[in-house]
Design a protein around this ligand. Structure first.
Ligand SMILES: NC(=O)c1ccc[n+]([C@@H]2O[C@H](COP(=O)([O-])OP(=O)(O)OC[C@H]3O[C@@H](n4cnc5c(N)ncnc54)[C@H](O)[C@@H]3O)[C@@H](O)[C@H]2O)c1
Length: 327
């Protein structure tokens, strides 16, 4: 039998706190050599401004084997569809049999929030109280939830190029998190936020890096193509840079690749992979005045860990639907 998880099934069994924990475990596995994680492969459909990626992963210690098929179609918002849609298939690491098929759109949002939760836990100042979010889409919501799960955030700010989206975000997220969430101009977000998250579909820098205060922590998750970036070279140059995985960042992260190609930074400017902080191989933040920056392009092992969590929790609770796929 194969378990089927809709978004509402997943919401019943996984919380952001638990997803942060398993995503952190995945980063530890990657660093200790027990994660198998091929670079993702993708197809670009230029006529539709669309992309489809396939992301397999295996976490040996967790015993989780999965594949995510994800699409990013930039014109979907106009069609009232999510920009990103995905399906995750979890297979048995003992027989290869499919164990579960899941709504990967929700898994993606949770695990992308969670990786910034892990980065924020290790890199942001302990006394961080304000967070600013660029973009008011699907990922921006879980970004904010995850940051609030690891720091005592008192106020949040948001900016989206579409004002109505930012307005909906403020109402929804202030109710959900029980803190004031307000719209701000980009320059005010940068000046007023201890932690800045970017979760946009922008292709060029969305704020002036000169405005970033000492002591700020930034999580950048939006861009995943070498020619696309959300921040300028000024902020990249003055930050302590941590990435999810160096090989993936050097292949896909325009925020880093563009200043690298321009000779403004070198590969040595990348201080660490997130897993190196998780296992204590390198110190994380070393002073309150440092600017720290985490860039994620997203790794299949984050989906793999989150799918494993959902499957395990649902089995424990006995709360799942199943189908005889091969009958
Ligand atoms: N790193 C990862 O693991 C990961 C995972 C999922 C998604 N992503 C990326 O994150 C981005 C956001 O994804 P989403 O699902 O939230 O998309 P979404 O379409 O739901 O939201 C994106 C928002 O960004 C806004 N935006 C675009 N340009 C802007 C600008 N210049 N300034 C302010 N706002 C702007 C849009 O109006 C929209 O509201 C995408 O680029 C996606 O590819 C990365």
């Amino acid at each position: 039998m194969v378990l089927i998880f809709t978004k509402s099934d997943l919401k019943k069994v996984i919380s952001m706190k638990d997803v942060i924990e398993v995503v952190e475990m995945a980063f530890s596995e990657l660093q200790r050599g027990t994660a198998t994680l091929p670079l993702r492969t993708g197809i670009t459909l230029s006529r539709e401004a669309g992309w489809m990626g396939v992301m397999p992963a295996y976490l040996e210690k967790m015993g989780s084997l999965s594949t995510k098929i994800v699409t990013v179609f930039e014109k979907n918002l106009e069609k009232k569809l999510p920009t990103i849609m995905a399906t995750v298939i979890l297979n048995s690491a003992e027989t290869g049999a499919p164990l579960a098929i899941m709504d990967g759109t929700f898994i993606t949002a949770m695990r992308t929030g969670a990786v910034c939760g892990v980065a924020t836990k290790y890199l942001a100042r302990k006394d961080s109280k304000t967070v600013g979010v660029f973009g008011a889409g699907v990922q921006a919501r879980t970004q904010l939830i995850a940051v609030c799960a690891v720091r005592n955030i008192e106020r949040a700010f948001v900016h989206d190029k579409i004002k109505e989206r930012a307005d909906v975000f403020t109402t929804e997220m202030s109710e959900k998190l029980n803190i004031p969430v307000e719209t701000r101009k980009p320059e005010d977000i940068v000046k007023e936020s201890d932690i800045i998250n970017t979760a946009t579909t922008a292709k060029t820098p969305i704020f002036d890096g000169n405005l970033v205060n000492q002591g700020t922590h930034l999580n950048l998750i939006g861009s995943f193509k070498p020619e696309v970036r959300e921040v300028d070279e000024v902020v990249i140059k003055k930050s302590k840079i941590v990435v999810d995985r160096k090989s993936a960042a050097l292949e896909e992260a325009g925020d880093i690749i563009i200043p690298l190609k321009a000779g403004i930074i070198t590969k040595e400017n990348i201080y660490a992979e997130l897993g190196e902080l998780v296992i204590g191989k390198k110190p994380s933040r070393t002073s309150d005045s440092e600017i720290t920056l985490f860039k994620s392009v997203g790794l299949g092992m984050q989906d793999c860990a989150t799918a494993w969590l959902a499957y395990t929790k649902a089995k424990e609770k006995g709360d799942y639907q199943e189908v005889a796929l091969f009958s």
